[in-house]
Design a protein around this ligand. Sequence first.
Ligand code: IPE
Ligand code: IPE
Ligand code: MG
Ligand code: MG
Ligand code: MG
Length: 345
Amino acid sequence: MVFRYKLHKLPDRYRDAIEKSQIGLAPAGEFPYIKRRMSAQNHSRVGGGLPPGHLAAFLAAQTAAVNRALDRFLPAASAKPATIHRAMRYSLFAGGKRLRPALCVAAATACGGEQSDALPLACAVECIHTYSLVHDDLPAMDNDDYRRGKLTNHKVFGEGIAVLAGDALLTQAFEIAARCRGWPRYPHQQIILELARAAGSLQLIAGQVADLEAEGKKISANQLRYIHERKTSALLCGSVRLGGMSANCSPAQLEALTDFGYHVGLAFQVIDDILDVTQSSEKLGKTAGKDQRARKATYPAIVGLAASRKIAERLTQRAFDALRPFRGSAAALESLAEYLLKRDR
Ligand code: IPE
Ligand code: IPE
Ligand code: MG
Ligand code: MG
Ligand code: MG
C-alpha cells in the first residue's frame, strides 16, 4: 500500500487548537479518540446518510443561502473602485460548487447548531477558497484560462487586478469573520485564528509552494501527501471545524470533525487529480489534462488511476469512520463525503 499515514500524526495545529480551546482535554501529544479509531475494524458507513435525493436539495439550498449572504457581505459592484469589486464578484459568483460552505453548515447541523450561525463562517471560507483559485490560475502559477466555466479572472481583468482581487477576497474573509460573534467554547479570537492558520504559510500557502516546487520533479507519495494536506485538506478541515465551532460543539465533537475533515480534504484533492485526467474541460469548467502538461505531482502520475481511486475510497472510509460518535446525526456530512468521492466535476 503506497499511501500509509498515521492518524495520530494529524497536523499539530489541530491538536494545539483543540487543546488550547477546551478545558479538560487530553494533554499535548495525546489524541485518544484518533488512536482509538486506528484499531477500528468495521469499515462501513455509519448512519446511511440523507434519504435519496435529499443531498441535491441540501446543496441547492446551501448554495442559494451562501450566494445571498455573500452578496450582502461584499461591497456593491459599483462601489469605487468598481474594477476591483467587479473582479471579486466575477470569480465569487462564477458558479463554484460551494462544497466548503456546505461542509461547514453540515458540520454545524451535526452538532445541533443552526445554519444561520454557520453561514458567515461558510462565506468567509468560500472567499478564501475563491482567492486561492484566482491566484492559482495566474500565469505565474498554474496558468489557467478557464475556471468555473468562465474565463479566469486575469483573462478578463488583467493580471494586476486579478492579484488584487485575490488579495481583497482574502481580506474580505477576515472582515466577515470579524463581524461574527464568538461562542462560549470558541471565543472570537479562536475563530479568526482558525481561518488564519488554515490559509497561512504553514498550511494552504505551504501546499501551494510545495506544489509549484514539485513541478517536473519525481516526488514520493509522502511528499505528495504533504502537499495535499496543506493546499487542500487544511481549508476543507477548517470549514468543517468552523461549522462545529459555530454550534459551540463539544471537545469530542471537534476531534471527530477534525478527523473527518482531514480525510475528506485529502480525498477531495485525490479526486481532483483523477478528474483532471478523466474528465473533459467542459465538464470540469476548467482546463482538463493540465496536470500532466505542467508535470504536476499528482496521485495518478505517481501511482496510476486505479490505485488513486482506491486511495480516495480508503480516505473516504476513514472520513465515514470519524462520524461514528455522531451516531447517525451527521447524515449530511456523510452524504457529502460520499458525493465528494463520486463526483464527476
Ligand atoms: C478546486 O476546488 C480546487 C481544489 C482545491 C482542488 P473545487 O473543486 O471545490 O472548486 P469550485 O469551488 O467548485 O470551483
Ligand atoms: C488548487 O489545486 C489548490 C488551491 C487553489 C489552494 P489545483 O491547482 O489542483 O486546483 P485546480 O485543478 O486548478 O482547480
Ligand atoms: Mg495548483
Ligand atoms: Mg490549478
Ligand atoms: Mg487540480
